[in-house]
Design a protein around this ligand. Structure first.
Ligand code: SF4
Length: 488
């Protein structure tokens, strides 16, 4: 199916495209004469914006009072145009998406915005339902998450969180689109760690000069435990010497096939407080299909080893809507995870991005996402929510990605008091993140200017190794240069 969209206001085109994808997935846009043609018109009348969306004889209109301030004007136009398009497509297709007209990554932001305006949590939840057409279940989920983040959302001003990216994995999963490669012959690992230590040293002196200290640390990937214990230990020793201990430190042990007693002992010795052991699913058939070189038994073994090594804060990642899995299969995985009682569980929705093998496979087989998939996926997420909350877990952070099955969400759950500070600060974008390693992105927050600057490192490992100084300088320029501006 093809779709064409005309507008007399080009600046809203991307937002309108996003709403279209909520209903039609990865539809092909053509310049004109698509199977469906949508026409957007922006106009102003009597101090109001009027956004009109039409297709054939169907038409929806949304009006909004023109506010003052350029940024606010843009925001109001986009919201009104998206709402009008949402209503039109809902009428044309009969589909009622659970997240309504929301297409952004952080639905919690709207609730925080409403609370800042002085609304009560109940009124803010109602606004999500009434103005953005969010389903009662999702609106309640957002409210629960905001409640779970109380007291943890705004970190001390003189702190930052640290992220280190390890771009190596044992094998590449079919759905993976991350900046990671297979360990292969391992020749790049030592030069990579050498480069990383140089970048860390430069970052540490920058933080010292600004008087900032590390609150939370996180080593992710890739699979950090895919590299030899000695190399991972070099990184951890260096971090501790340069940045101190912080209040929490996570290492994604991720793939169970990379977890050994030796590595776990080393992580414990280096005061790592939290690790992830990620089953994704307990179905061996699915694990084989998605290219993960381990079984459900391997996950159980790795989890038991982690407990034996003394880890009392373990996260497990799961994915809903994996190829070939129905609600029953997903339910078996959830039950298994609950029986293990990890301190936190992150329920992802499969996101098939263009850079993944799964995307190519689906393209070749002509398989596209359908609304039936979306409904099944939403049922799986509802099941996760009810089973986990009934077992004492609380949802505490949530984010959405594009290309997700059903345009749904990823949700982090935890037992009482086991919220991961790094996850909250990073997902809600309330904490500065100083990031190191190939493909990592530092995020620097300038609260007074309500602005976030990003500094991305090169993704290619060889290029990263040969150009580390350049990336340190780039980061420094963004942080110092802008910091000076903010102080001025
Ligand atoms: S373990 Fe994660 S990072 Fe590694 S290949 Fe699989 S999805 Fe990608």
């Amino acid at each position: 199916m093809t779709l064409s969209l005309s507008t007399n206001l080009e600046s809203v085109r991307n937002e309108l495209d996003d709403v279209v994808r909520v209903f039609f997935g990865d539809v092909t846009f053509v310049p004109e004469h698509g199977n469906i043609h949508l026409a957007h018109t922006h106009s102003e009348q009597d101090g109001r914006y009027v956004e009109t969306l039409a297709s054939g004889s169907s038409r929806c209109e949304k009006q909004a009072v023109i506010p003052s301030g350029e940024l606010e004007k843009k925001r109001v136009i986009k919201r009104a145009a998206k709402t009008a398009l949402f209503c039109l497509l809902k009428e044309l297709t009969g589909i009622d998406p659970p997240w309504g007209s929301l297409t952004g990554i952080r639905p919690t932001r709207l609730m925080y915005e409403a609370l800042e305006e002085g609304l009560t949590p109940d009124a803010a939840e109602k606004r999500l339902r009434d103005e953005f057409f969010v389903s009662p279940e999702k609106a309640a989920l957002v409210k629960t998450i905001v409640r779970a983040q109380a007291g943890l959302i705004y970190p001390p001003e003189d702190s930052f969180d640290l992220y280190i990216h390890i771009p190596f994995c044992a094998t590449r999963c079919a759905y993976c689109s991350f900046a990671t490669g297979e360990v292969g012959d391992g020749k790049l690992i030592v030069p990579y760690v050498d480069a990383l230590l140089c970048e860390l040293k430069s970052g540490a002196s920058l933080m010292r000069s600004l008087g900032l200290s590390m609150r939370a640390g996180y080593i992710g990937g890739g699979t950090p435990t895919a590299i030899p214990a000695a190399q991972l230990e070099r990184i951890l020793v260096c971090v501790r010497e340069l940045f101190g201990q912080g209040s929490e430190f996570t290492v994604e042990a991720g793939r169970p096939d990379t977890i050994t007693p030796e590595k776990l002992r080393m992580l414990k010795r280096q005061n790592v407080t939290r690790i992830s052991v990620n089953p994704q699913t307990f179905s061996d058939e699915t694990l084989r299909l998605i290219g993960r070189a381990h079984t459900g038994e391997d996950t159980l073994r790795a989890f038991a080893l982690a407990r034996e090594a003394g880890f009392d804060d373990i996260n497990m990642d799961l994915i809903a809507a994996l190829p070939g899995e129905d609600t029953d299969a997903f339910s078996r995985t959830i039950e298994k995870v609950i029986s293990l009682r990890p301190e936190s569980v992150t329920v992802h929705t499969l996101a098939v991005k263009r850079a993944s093998r799964l995307y190519e496979q689906r393209l070749l087989s002509g398989q596209t996402r359908t609304r039936a998939d979306a409904r099944d996926t939403d049922r799986m997420l509802s099941l996760a929510l009810s089973s986990l909350t009934a077992s004492g877990y609380t949802p505490y952070y949530l984010y959405r990605q594009k290309h997700m099955a059903g345009n749904l969400e990823n949700t982090g759950y935890c037992l009482p008091g086991k919220q991961c500070l790094y996850n909250i600060g990073n997902m809600e974008e309330t904490q500065k993140v100083l990031a190191f390693g190939a493909g990592s992105i530092s995020k620097w927050i300038f609260p007074r200017q309500k602005r976030i600057e990003r500094s991305a490192n090169l993704r290619n490992v060889e290029e990263y190794i040969s150009r580390t100084d350049e990336m340190s300088l780039k980061k420094q320029k963004i942080i110092l240069g802008e910091d000076a501006n903010e102080k001025a």
